[in-house]
Write a protein that binds this ligand. Structure first.
Ligand code: NAD
Ligand code: DAU
Length: 337
């Protein structure tokens, strides 16, 4: 089995590469990644001898076709994306190029060279948000697409394109829409790793607005397991929501992290809210559970301890990141906010 994983040097893609290398040592795994600011070859260091790594842009048609010609993938799992909402608000264009056009190029390659499965890794953000005062409401696969940020609009566009390629060209597509992930190798621009890194450095913890927005957190390995099941047993043409009924407000997450690290709540600072900030995400995972038997295995209480410990034990991985161009990003996003 030739498995092409795009965006495999990023957070979830990297965890997925580790997971698949260990679970399917007989597979030929090819990782395609542009190594943007969010891609880190060191994430792949523990498995680098067991994969083929190609540095390329999914929106570069010639490069992608060449990889398909050489590697003849049977399955493609597309994690490659610009993934940070705040960056999409600052500069939407690269989100459209990578997330929409890049997806199109990959699917054109799949049509041209033939494929058993193309899997599009999407997000619950395509459904927009839910109100805080309606805890009975959840995102199902039937919830209308209703995006808020340039990031989520670009991801929704890619989903629609994938569904169109299935219907029009018969491309064997599946799509998964997952809630917020956390775990090892998470880039420290996102809430949980940013708060861990700042707390460890006794820096202020910038909470947007009042910190009441709710996210539905899933340990990254559970997401990897769900995708493994979908690419092998999921029905072609279908969308599967992935989430584990683990809703927490941002302020609660930040307080949990401070407590685990033995740091004071006086480090919390409330800053200007994100523009268009989604209030609440909450996934209904009934379909993937009933059809494919998937259920999350890691409880949040355990997953967050594992995550904090990973950041304590792997300081060189994230300290290198936050000492580089990240410093300019941080100053731009958070100074005078
Ligand atoms: P990430 O930003 O950590 O990693 C993205 C990876 O894609 C990086 O390695 C980057 O170098 C690579 N990349 C970016 N542009 C590329 C291009 N043009 N060509 C090739 N490679 C490119 O993102 P992540 O958090 O791991 O998210 C992975 C996927 O999962 C994304 O599609 C995202 O929309 C989706 N998703 C993320 C979450 C989450 O909580 N992080 C939840 C649901 C869905
Ligand atoms: O729901 C899935 C999505 O989850 C993925 O599609 C995205 O790729 C991923 O980045 C994530 O999006 P969010 O916007 O939910 O994640 P982020 O970590 O950026 O923010 C989580 C919440 O924390 C959100 O309500 C904003 C808030 N926040 C974030 C940062 C970085 C803060 O209060 N302070 C911060 O400094």
């Amino acid at each position: 089995m030739n498995l092409l994983i795009t965006g495999g040097a990023g957070f979830i893609g990297g965890n997925f590469v580790h997971y698949m290398v260990n679970k399917y040592p007989e597979y030929n795994i090819i990782v395609l990644d542009k190594l943007t600011y969010a891609g880190n070859i060191e994430t792949l260091e523990p498995v680098i001898d067991k994969i083929t790594f190609v540095r390329a842009d999914i929106a570069d048609r010639d490069a992608v076709y060449q990889i398909f010609e050489c590697e003849k993938p049977d399955i493609v799992v597309n994690f490659a994306a610009e993934s940070h909402v705040d960056r999409s608000i600052e500069n939407p264009e690269i989100f459209l190029v990578t997330n929409i056009l890049g997806t199109q190029v990959l699917m054109d390659a799949c049509r041209k060279y033939g494929i058993k499965r193309y899997h599009q890794v999407s997000t619950d953000e395509v459904y927009g948000d839910l109100p805080l005062d309606r805890p009975d409401l959840f995102f199902t696969e039937e919830t209308p697409i209703h995006t808020s940020s340039p990031y989520s609009a670009s991801k929704a566009s890619a989903d629609l394109l994938a569904q169109a390629y299935h219907r029009t060209y018969g491309l064997p597509v599946t799509i998964s829409r997952c809630s917020n992930n956390y775990g090892p190798y998470h880039f420290p621009e996102k809430l949980i790793p940013l708060m861990i890194a700042n707390a460890l450095n006794d820096k202020l913890l910038p909470v947007y607005g009042k910190g009441l927005n709710v996210r539905d957190w899933l340990y990254v390995e559970d997401h990897c397991k769900a995708i493994d099941i979908i690419i092998h047993r999921g029905r072609v043409g279908e969308v599967y929501n992935i989430g584990g009924h683990n809703e927490k407000s941002n302020i609660d997450i930040v307080k949990i992290i401070l407590k685990l690290l033995g740091k004071p709540e006086s480090l919390i600072t409330y800053v200007a809210d994100r523009k268009g900030h989604d209030m609440r995400y909450a996934i209904d995972p009934t379909k993937i559970h009933n059809e494919l038997g998937w259920l999350p295995e890691t409880k949040f209480e355990d997953g967050i301890v594992k995550t904090v410990n990973w950041y304590l034990e792997n300081k060189p991985w994230w300290e290198k990141i936050i000492s580089g161009e990240y410093m300019d990003y941080y100053a731009k996003m958070y100074e005078n906010r």
